[in-house]
Design a protein around this ligand. Structure first.
Ligand SMILES: *[C@@H]1O[C@H](CO)[C@@H](O)[C@H](O)[C@H]1NC(C)=O
Ligand SMILES: *[C@@H]1O[C@H](CO)[C@@H](O)[C@H](O)[C@H]1NC(C)=O
Ligand SMILES: *[C@@H]1O[C@H](CO)[C@@H](O)[C@H](O)[C@H]1NC(C)=O
Ligand SMILES: *[C@@H]1O[C@H](CO)[C@@H](O)[C@H](O)[C@H]1NC(C)=O
Ligand SMILES: *[C@@H]1O[C@H](CO)[C@@H](O)[C@H](O)[C@H]1NC(C)=O
Ligand SMILES: *[C@@H]1O[C@H](CO)[C@@H](O)[C@H](O)[C@H]1NC(C)=O
Ligand SMILES: *[C@@H]1O[C@H](CO)[C@@H](O)[C@H](O)[C@H]1NC(C)=O
Ligand SMILES: *[C@@H]1O[C@H](CO)[C@@H](O)[C@H](O)[C@H]1NC(C)=O
Length: 467
């Protein structure tokens, strides 16, 4: 029903349904609702495109609009999505710039976990891995911050789950606590918690939680008002997504047609809702065949776009660790500024390459350490770090282990401090780093420490700096 090519046929059919079978078969009513949703969607997305600015963005709502346009253009069963159209990719580039700015200018704009979460949801929907955002693990950063409100907490957890990151038991417990006391929370919070839980139960390890979603969903369904809405536009669109996902359950407890009719009555002639970009993008998500809870199920495959990351971990990856364990490499040996490691001769002699590995501490680079290492070509940078830790105490590090690799948070005795925005950033440089001309963002390493394979003449820099 959702394929656009079929629309003409559906609309023709609709005529017949109206004339001959009005209100009879429930199947006919299904198509009526879908046709209504499609009509709202079509007009709203056309309006959103018309509002795009010269920078290919939508002001401070670029991420919301990208998410809405992307999800609005996928079918319900389309788990292997096509690459985003070029125009969407162009706007995605604009969003990437915004994210880099957010990471760098947080002091002026203020760091907001929920904003970061929304960015990562959009990245995921566009098949870009937020855990490898130009070498930065945005989900790791997100998981370091405990959002203050229950609503924001649910958004952040939904974002982590959508990125197929590990959601901790403690986080799931907090969601379930909210769901079980739904009467004490507003409709937005309950709907967002349901969306997060619906994402989590897609993980084979949490299938058993399915029935915990049922009760709050039915409770939410009962919040529908006589006019078909669940409150304002924002709340209604959110509730529709939360209920939409329910597999053949509360379908009987709420009236989707009535909600759609209400939305349709609120849509302006030009296709917008209140003439507002954000509200319109939210409404699109409410009527789109796929809502926020389905982002995790998208299987982006390989080589979708030139900017797309390596394949995301699939949800049935049974080898993913159940917990988030700490690896501490703490081998004490003499520290030195230059050393050489020779690999034991293997069965075939490996090609050896030289790389330098430097640590800078502080935005003003008040401490530096440097090593030159010889290692087999294609060794991972993580392997180099382990060697360096054996050579010098300054290079000892601590990392947390995630399904997608190591996240290094401590080096040279300095631990990342998300609260004061101190992070270790990894750069890969064509020449040795010079504090007098520090590297720019474009030189941030293009992957995590486990993904980077070393080659001759590369210079790695880990820089502890305030973002
Ligand atoms: C987003 O932009 C709109 C219009 O430019 C402005 O009214 C609004 O305050 C901005 N919101 C935030 C969170 O910056
Ligand atoms: C929507 O998707 C179809 C193919 O699935 C594509 O041809 C079309 O250009 C897309 N439109 C937008 C606006 O993304
Ligand atoms: C749902 O709402 C529509 C529109 O308000 C109404 O025509 C229909 O009878 C309702 N369906 C049920 C099952 O209540
Ligand atoms: C946590 O992970 C570590 C390392 O993978 C493993 O040894 C340990 O048994 C795990 N603990 C639990 C409770 O799963
Ligand atoms: C570096 O190693 C050399 C030779 O092993 C040694 O003589 C020197 O003292 C070391 N330097 C430091 C700073 O430990
Ligand atoms: C690496 O550096 C050492 C010492 O400077 C040198 O002897 C060796 O030839 C270099 N290896 C490569 C592959 O350039
Ligand atoms: C260097 O800067 C870091 C971070 O600003 C600070 O914690 C550290 O104490 C400084 N070290 C020295 C030797 O000044
Ligand atoms: C390193 O990797 C590249 C590409 O993955 C491959 O072509 C090359 O043969 C590898 N080199 C060694 C020494 O394994």
């Amino acid at each position: 029903m959702w394929g656009r090519a079929n629309m003409a046929a559906v609309i023709l059919l609709l005529g017949w349904v109206c004339v001959f079978a009005r209100g009879e078969a429930s199947n006919a009513e299904m198509s009526l609702a879908d046709v209504e949703a499609e009509a709202i969607l079509e007009k709203a997305t056309t309006w959103l495109w018309s509002q795009r600015d010269k920078d290919a963005g939508w002001g401070n709502d670029t991420h919301r609009v990208l998410l809405a346009l992307r999800l609005g253009n996928l079918t319900r069963d389309d788990n292997i999505p096509p690459a985003p159209v070029l125009e969407l990719q162009l706007s995605a580039k604009q969003m990437e710039l915004e994210i880099v700015l957010l990471l760098w200018r947080h002091r002026e704009v203020g760091f907001s976990p929920v904003r970061l979460a929304r960015y990562t949801l959009a990245l995921n929907a566009l098949c870009m891995d937020p855990r490898q955002f130009h070498g930065h693990d945005l989900i790791g950063t997100l998981q370091h911050h405990e959002p203050p409100t229950d609503y924001e907490f649910a958004v952040a957890t939904l974002a982590a789950c959508s990125a197929q990151a590990h959601v901790r038991k403690r986080q799931i417990r907090r969601l379930l606590d909210i769901a079980n006391a739904a009467q004490d929370h507003n409709v937005d919070t309950v709907a967002m918690v349901i969306l997060a839980l619906r994402c989590i139960v897609q993980d084979h390890r949490h299938r058993n939680l399915h029935h915990f979603v049922r009760k709050p969903s039915i409770g939410l369904a009962h919040q529908q008002r006589l006019d078909g809405s669940f409150g304002d536009l924002h709340t209604t669109a959110l509730a529709m997504q939360a209920l939409e996902e329910v597999e053949n359950e509360p379908a009987n407890n709420w009236n989707r047609s009535a909600a759609l009719a209400w939305l349709s009555s609120r849509q302006r002639q030009d296709g917008s809702f209140d003439g507002d970009v954000r509200t319109t993008a939210e409404a699109v998500l409410g009527v789109a065949p796929r809502g926020l809870a389905t982002i995790r199920a998208l299987d982006c495959g390989q080589g979708l776009t030139d900017s797309s990351p390596p394949r995301l971990t699939t949800s049935n990856d049974i080898t993913a660790p159940e917990n988030h364990s700490e690896v501490l490499i703490a081998l004490t040996s003499g520290s030195n500024t230059s050393a050489l490691i020779t690999e034991p001769a293997g069965t075939s002699t490996p090609v050896l390459v030289n790389v330098t590995y430097t640590l800078w501490v502080g935005s003003n680079v008040n401490e530096t350490y440097s090593l030159t290492l010889t290692a087999p070509k294609n060794e991972t940078f993580y392997g180099v770090m382990v060697m360096a830790a054996e050579m010098s105490t300054h290079f000892e590090f601590a990392a947390s282990e995630w399904p997608n690799g190591h996240y290094v948070h401590t080096l040279a005795g300095y631990k990342e401090e998300p609260l004061s925005y101190h992070y270790w950033l990894l750069y890969r440089l064509p020449s040795p780093p010079e504090p007098a001309s520090p590297p720019g963002n474009q030189l941030v390493a293009p992957g995590g420490v486990d993904d980077l394979q070393i080659s001759e003449g590369e210079h790695y820099l880990f820089w502890y700096k305030k973002l």
